[in-house]
Ligand binder design. Sequence first.
Ligand code: 5GP
Length: 331
Amino acid sequence: DKLKESKVYMRALFDYTPLEDKATPCQEAGLPFKRGDILQVVSQDDQTWWQAKRVADCNLRAGLVPSKQFQERWDKTSIKHTPYYLKISLSNKCSGLRRSFRLSRKDRRGSSGEASVSDQNDTEFLTYEEVTRYQQKPNERPRLVVLIGSLGARINELKQKVIAENPHRYAVAVPHTTRPKKSHEKEGVEYHFVTKQVFDADAQNDKFIEYGEYKENLYGTSIEAIRSVQAKNKMCLVDVQPEALKALRTAEFKPYVIFVKPRIPESRRRRSAEEDLQEMHLSAQQTDQQYGHLVDRVLIKEDTASACAELRSILERLERETFWVPVSWAK
Ligand code: 5GP
């Protein structure tokens, strides 16, 4: 029987609650799951209902889940006429329903969050992503570690600390800047110092994974900077705006995405006096809604020391253990 076992695994990109699903042929036969769960698809014989097991609970019987095709069709018809911002909030409110939300590819360019959904073909439906087990081989390039976070998570500090403890294994990608070099700085160490003309041309040619302006100077991290860290066989850590995630999700980089969230106790969140905390909480929620499906691991940051320890242990496991990655990365 083992031989016949299905090798198809899917990462669920939406929550599913059969008991709230009016379309299912049998609510009791449904398999509930949450976004991020890995499902072993036992049968795709039926076009509408797959049979699947959750990998986490190994001996559980298979249950019915909506097929990818069916789920996509449902998304198209149920939210086609709803404005973008409502789709997000709808999908959030009805997280129990069989409804995933969609994001326009244009999102990653516009940082304002005002996405356009005019072009149907430019739309991605968050249903399932086929995944496979992947373990880094000794001679292979380390995976890229991408840290994203909400306001107040102070990710750069975290990243710098972990690298300083172990500079032979971990490194940052050296950014480009147009600001003048200071006397103690060395070209290619703190930054690559370039003229505005060169920077602009590089930006035009999509050489940066992200860039921004600070005190009238431009700063940006290039794809080459990541490659050059990896060429030294070190693990490269970057912290980026989540918009950059889609561009980084390639077989070359095999990014492992860590979402750093500050821990804000419920009791403090409620007190309106603490506006900063409220804003931090909202910003984390927003990132979670829009990009949560691309996140491999959430790191709740209580204080810097414990967050560093946790990050260190994640990085160590990353080189040793097996992880689920999109099938296209493991070919
Ligand atoms: P400084 O000029 O003091 O070295 O850096 C000033 C600021 O530039 C830093 O606080 C940091 O926020 C920003 N910065 C440094 N590197 C990058 C980068 O690669 N991308 C962006 N967007 N900002 C950067």
